[in-house]
Ligand binder design. Structure first.
Ligand code: AMP
Length: 422
């Protein structure tokens, strides 16, 4: 299938070619014709599937087809995080580059004044996080009377983050007559109920339901907790690509891991909510440009990070839920690229591994880094490393037969087997 098969405006077709999109992704193939009819849509799709363009393209087409009073806000996109808001705006900007349609982002953590001015000047599309948008709305800075389309992007995550009351208040301010599009990676009963309240006989599509993009190869690495940093560095030795996203459980741990990587000579930075919006944007831009190859992030900060070149996601700390696992690894293997997802697993993590495997419907293959000394002791915070073996394996760490039969590995496996997991 090609994009030219969609009745999309020629100016959008040109931008699609310039963006380098060769053919629609499955969600685009399904969603674009539905949205073009003006129907409501409930889409199950995780990030990395091309879902942003799946709604941005038909939305731009509809706005261009029915011109209205200039500078009247006609579409509202709600997102859980500012990073996702910025990415949606970037997609609108790229795909709408030959149109006059403009988008403004609105989110907390930055001053109100510039956003206030942009809103009062008028903009066709507002991309916003719910809390800050409501602040502006209560000050009378937003005119919702011309809204024709509402998009709830990553709606499941917005509910998880407690935005439901704010979203309901915003929806009460919108015209009842409108198109509503709602996307989520998973649909809990609460989200289903909410969708039923705000949508009219929506079309339903599901792409890669609750499963990661098929281009991702997973592996878990069992490791004693005190050797996590050492193993991480040893794994990085074997990764030739220079765009690696590493997740930790907390901000402190993100700082700690980034510091250890820097000490070991890896150019790493952190992304978490203690950093200002400017710092986060700067880091994200540098990561996207490849000048910072290793980014250590917490879940909230990394939500929606759209860097299509991420080759590896490494869960330094295991995610707390299967959903978070799927979201995290959705950062790699985006669209048509392939990626690898490694998870460092300690004894305490077996229950979560079991949940993740149940959710994925498959076992996560267990790898061992060949040549890594699982029995070493860590001294003074500067771990000793067994270096180089993985790199010699063509950049891929894999389970070596010799190591698989070694006492150290057998001891780890035995302790895992006892718990009945992996
Ligand atoms: P999303 O799931 O919307 O976050 O998109 C994931 C990535 O896929 C982004 O980097 C997009 O620019 C890219 N992308 C979206 N649609 C296509 C397509 N049809 N072909 C190639 N890349 C795409």
């Amino acid at each position: 299938m090609t994009f030219t098969q969609f009745p999309l405006n020629e100016r959008l077709q040109r931008a699609i070619v310039e963006a380098g999109y060769l053919e629609p992704t499955p969600i685009q193939a399904e969603a674009i014709p539905i949205v073009l009819t003006g129907s409501d849509l409930l889409g199950t799709a995780q990030t990395g599937t091309g879902k942003t363009a799946a709604y941005v393209l038909p939305l731009l087409h509809l706005l261009m087809s029915n011109p209205r009073e200039a500078r009247k806000t006609r579409a509202l996109v709600l997102t859980p995080t500012r990073e996702l808001a910025e990415q949606v705006r970037a997609t609108i900007k790229a795909l709408g580059r030959h149109t006059t349609v403009r988008a403004t982002t609105v989110y907390g953590g930055v001053g109100m004044a510039a956003q206030d001015r942009a809103l009062r000047n008028g903009t066709e599309i507002i991309v916003a996080c719910p809390g800050r948008l409501l602040d502006h709305a209560t000050r009378g800075a937003v005119d919702f009377s011309g809204i024709e389309c509402l998009v709830l992007d990553e709606a499941d995550r917005m509910l998880d983050m407690g935005f439901l009351p704010d979203i309901k208040r915003i929806i009460n301010l919108l015209p009842r007559e409108r198109q509503t599009l709602l996307f989520g990676a998973t649909f809990a009963p609460e989200l289903d109920r909410f969708a039923a309240q705000i949508m009219t006989t929506p079309a339903r599509i599901a792409v890669g339901e609750s499963a990661p993009a098929t281009t991702i190869a997973h592996a878990i690495y069992m490791v004693p907790a005190q050797l996590k940093t050492t193993l991480l560095i040893a794994l990085l030795e074997g990764i030739t690509s220079e765009s690696v996203l590493i997740f930790t459980h907390t901000k402190d741990r993100a700082d700690m891991v980034a510091k250890s990587l820097t000490r070991a000579g890896y150019h790493a930075d952190v992304m978490h909510s203690n950093r200002t919006q400017q710092q986060r944007q700067h880091t994200l831009d540098a990561f996207r440009a490849g000048t910072i190859p290793y980014l250590v992030a917490t879940d909230i900060a990394a939500r929606g990070i759209d860097v299509s070149t991420v080759s590896h996601v490494i869960n330094f700390d295991i995610p707390e839920t299967a959903d978070t696992y799927i979201h995290r690894i959705g950062r790699t293997g985006r669209a048509t690229r392939s990626g690898e997802a490694f998870t460092l697993v300690t004894r305490d993590d077996y229950d979560i591994i079991r949940l993740i495997e149940r959710s994925l419907g498959e076992r996560l293959p267990s790898n061992v880094l060949e040549g890594f000394d699982y029995q070493q002791t860590v001294t003074g915070g500067s771990p000793t490393l067994v270096r180089g073996r993985a790199a010699a394996n063509g950049g891929r760490a894999h389970a070596g037969q010799a190591y698989l039969s070694s006492p150290a590995y057998q001891a780890i496996i035995a302790s895992v087997r006892q718990t009945g997991s992996v």
